[in-house]
Design a protein around this ligand. Sequence first.
Ligand SMILES: *[C@@H]1O[C@H](CO)[C@@H](O)[C@H](O)[C@H]1NC(C)=O
Ligand SMILES: CC(=O)N[C@H]1CO[C@H](CO)[C@@H](O)[C@@H]1O
Length: 418
Amino acid sequence: MGSVSLKIGDGTARFKRATICSSALNILMLFSVVTTNLFALYAFTSSPKDGQIHSLIHNHKNISLISEHVSLILKEIDSSQKKLAKMEKELLGYQSIDLSRPNIASELKLFLQHHQLPLGKDSRTGITEMVASVGHSCEKSADLLTQYMTYKLSGPCPDDWSLAQKLILRGCEPLPRRRCFAKSLPKVGLQSFPVSLWKPVSDKTVTWSGLGCKNLNCLISKKLSRECVGCFNLDNPNENQRYIKARGKNDFLIDDVLALGSGGIRIGFDIGGGSGTFAARMAERNVTVITNTLNVDAPYGEFIAARGLFPLYLSLDHRFPFYDNVFDLVHASSGLDVGGQPEKLEFFMFDFDRILRAGGLFWLDNFYCANDEKKSALTRLIERFGYKKLKWVVGEKGETGKSEVYLSAVLQKPVRVS
Ligand SMILES: *[C@@H]1O[C@H](CO)[C@@H](O)[C@H](O)[C@H]1NC(C)=O
Ligand SMILES: CC(=O)N[C@H]1CO[C@H](CO)[C@@H](O)[C@@H]1O
């Protein structure tokens, strides 16, 4: 897979933590409700019921006493709520970055400064100030972020893309912008399109700093992920015959799938697209495909770009930066194993669904389901979306002794009104 996986980084950990947090919050909430009620009980039972006349005389006093009690209770509720909100913020990390703490890079402060619009409120957008966007989880990696934002203004940027990626994988996404010049090496041996799609990419076209491998031969010899076994080797039939020659019943042919779209497939989005081979095959058919990828252990982004294709550098935890209903096709291969976090996969699928247009195709390509149970859960989830099943193949591969379940499907998004 193209280097991004829901498994990698702190994604899962973050999610788990949030669950623990919410149970802590629940307990806290319960506690505050109980104390509040005890207060109320005390206030309303502590007034003794003596003679009626007396009570009339003292009524006024008693009422003011009760109202005193009530205001005390209200104060208590208010302060509990404030405490609760503060704890929630701390636990979830939804706190704006504390720029007053020591050792914060001055460039970070400048970047995050709010800028008032010179002419006041903008009538079209309704905004009054420009706010730089940065991932809320950056707060949790403040030291790394400060390291990232420490550079000489207008000087060369440190060679630190792997630091940037580390931040992204910890949820610090988007990263702040920087005012330094990124390293820029000559790209030697770029081919013109469409020759570029299949010509082996030169070692000199990509940057190797921060990577274990220092050339393509090294990458080719490694199993990088489930989807990228030798995916950098464009001479290998395993790679250059993908989508035009089936290796098993779970492999659909690109032309068959395009035919299901009855000519309406022009733009697509590929998740976990390895070295961009899916996009390359589509490009040959005049379909423009954007390949989502990070550079986990390999220079996917630059490699895909060298083929004349569009790499999108974005983690899978990020909402897709596309408008609703724009893609004719969304292609996802396996590796989206979300380790027992059904909601995570749901958020992901709903976002998928959002960017696909009605009548568009969702191609689930050899989606790895660890077991039958996972497969059933995924099937139920997919069925909730009401897509038309144009193709649906469940297959097993048992190369390593234990059998593994794979799901391949082509689904058509329905029209939904209201
Ligand atoms: C792609 O577009 C080019 C230029 O418009 C055209 O010559 C070619 O036949 C098209 N290829 C396919 C597979 O449709
Ligand atoms: C708490 C308090 O001040 N209670 C007064 C309410 O009225 C009664 C008479 O009905 C007084 O005896 C209490 O002192």
